[in-house]
Each structure stands twice: as structure tokens, then as C-alpha cells.
Ligand binder design. Structure first.
Ligand code: FES
Length: 99
């Protein structure tokens, strides 16, 4: 099992290697969406860009095309942004949601 710490929630969850970060967070009842986007999101299809997380430590695969497209402007301010729905957990991570 791997550990993912959600710094802004002050919680660490156990995650199976290969798990999707968005699904793991939701399964642990951790809110990764801000405000109305809890209801209005694309359910992990990479279309809405509302599942943003900041990777504070730990290794993840390089950003994919979906993320590069959805996060293009935001990455200029914060190069550590990712879309939780596009991340496969393969190492212990520390993340911040609602970014
Ligand atoms: S849930 Fe919509 S982009 Fe991740």
C-alpha cells in the first residue's frame, strides 16, 4: 500500500499502487473539488479541469496532453499543478487540493 497525504485536509490515506488519485480521494471522502464543482465536474474524464491538485512531494508520471491543455494558463503561476483524475498513484505523495 502507498500513502497519499492531503496536506490541506491534514489526512493521509492508504492507496493501492496504480489507483487513480481522484477516485482514491473520493473513496476516502476527501473533497478535492471547490464549491459548486463538487456537483459540476466531468467525473474524471479530463474535461472540466476542476480536480486540480498541487503535488508537493513524491513522483508521478509526466503531465499528459489533457493536463497540458486544461492547465496551460494556470501552470504559468504554479508548475506543480496536476489534474487528480489523470494521476495514477505509483509512489507515496503529498498533495494539496483546492488549488
Ligand atoms: S474531474 Fe474533470 S478534469 Fe478531472
Amino acid at each position: 500500500m502507498l500513502e497519499v497525504r492531503f496536506e490541506n485536509h491534514n489526512r493521509t490515506i492508504q492507496v493501492e499502487p496504480g489507483a487513480n488519485l481522484r477516485e482514491a480521494a473520493i473513496g476516502a471522502k476527501l473533497g478535492i473539488y471547490a464549491h459548486i464543482f463538487k456537483l459540476l465536474n466531468c467525473r474524471g474524464r479530463g474535461l472540466c479541469g476542476t480536480c486540480r491538485v498541487e503535488i508537493l512531494s513524491g513522483q508521478v508520471a509526466d503531465r499528459n496532453e489533457v493536463e497540458n491543455k486544461k492547465l496551460a494558463k494556470a501552470l504559468q503561476k504554479n508548475p506543480n499543478l496536476r489534474l487528480a483524475c489523470q494521476i495514477t498513484v505509483e509512489n507515496n505523495l503529498v498533495v494539496r487540493s483546492h488549488v
